[in-house]
Design a protein around this ligand. Structure first.
Ligand SMILES: [Zn+2]
Ligand SMILES: [Zn+2]
Length: 321
């Protein structure tokens, strides 16, 4: 089969992705082999290609938003980021398997979906309907699920004012979930196209800064410099949740300006399968408008370069020919 691998991690200009011919994976015990129809492109894939995240094994195929069919049964499934957990540690036992120290991840600990086939543990794939375009389902699998967890983690009160910093794939789905719950959403983004998208999706404002104090905020941009102003823009008691797996360093905070009045700064770490099931149930019952930028499989490098340069509006998705 054809597969993309991360050769030598480095800036996209250095060409870290290589297209190779390799054997299709042999599913291990408890695993299914999935023929890939489409794979969403996530910023985490970019962090792995560029070396912001340490590779866990050499020449790994990225991609963790896979829509495809189980070869043995024909069932349509989604393969997402969380690949396995131990099931027995204190975190797993208290329903926080996202914090399992033994957890493994698709496209990091094992080959992912930038390939014609992927193998994945059956207990960690999600059933998907057969009649929806793969391109529109793929972004739900990480952008959607992680955004859903971030929305839960930012403790937005009913009808509250939510700030969304960085308006890419995950933000555009999260904004719709929040607005459906009655939130007032303010998008903060540098990109004119994504500001326009935010307003089209029902955001109350889109600009350089929120026009009113916020009850909660989610930082999707991987930019630590945004943490102090985002904390400062919170109202008393507000929470800022950092959604990404990687963030550049956060500058020094001033207690009174940034944290006092019981403002909270917290991270979002992957997701549980319960998050995944809950979000997909919601998103399949009330489908969000999924804005996609499709790329042929052969152009994975261009997709990641465009993401690195903020040229993607909505969610980039690789489509198998
Ligand atoms: Zn992701
Ligand atoms: Zn565990």
């Amino acid at each position: 089969m054809r597969a993309w691998v991360v050769g030598r991690p480095g800036s996209m200009a250095s060409g870290p992705l290589e297209l190779v011919e390799r054997e299709a994976p042999e599913p291990g015990p408890g695993e299914v082999l999935v023929k890939v129809e489409a794979c969403g492109v996530c910023r985490t894939d970019l962090h792995l290609a560029e070396g912001d995240l340490e590779p866990r094994r050499p020449r790994t195929t990225p991609g963790h938003q896979v829509v495809g069919r189980v070869v043995a049964t024909g069932e349509r499934v989604g393969v997402a980021w969380l690949r396995s957990t131990c099931g027995t540690c204190r975190y797993c036992l208290r329903g926080m398997e996202n914090l399992c120290p033994q957890s493994t991840y698709t496209g990091w600990d094992a080959d992912g979906g930038y390939a014609e086939y992927v193998a994945a543990p059956a207990d960690y794939v999600y059933p998907l309907p057969g009649d929806r375009p793969a391109e529109e389902l793929a972004p739900l699998l990480c952008a959607g699920i992680i955004g859903y967890r971030a929305l839960a983690r930012c403790d937005l009160p009913p009808g509250g004012r939510l700030g969304i910093y960085g308006f890419g794939a995950s933000a555009h789905l999260t904004a719709q979930a929040a607005i459906a719950q009655g939130a007032v959403v303010h998008a903060v983004s540098r990109s004119a196209a994504s500001r326009e998208l935010a307003l089209e999706l029902g955001a109350a404002s889109a600009g350089d800064r929120p026009p009113e104090p916020l009850d909660a905020a989610i930082l999707f941009a991987p930019v630590g410099d945004l943490v102090p102003p985002a904390l400062e823009a919170l109202d008393r008691g507000g929470t800022l949740a950092v959604a990404g797996i990687h963030l550049t360093d956060i500058p020094a905070l001033n207690y009174e300006r940034h944290l006092f009045q019981e403002r909270t700064l917290r991270s979002v770490t992957a997701n549980t399968r319960a998050d995944g099931r809950a979000y997909l149930e919601l998103a399949l019952a009330h489908p969000p408008r999924v804005t996609t930028a499709p790329y042929p499989f052969e152009e994975a490098g261009r997709a990641l370069s465009d993401l690195a340069a903020d040229r993607v509006n909505g969610a980039a998705v690789l489509i198998m020919g």
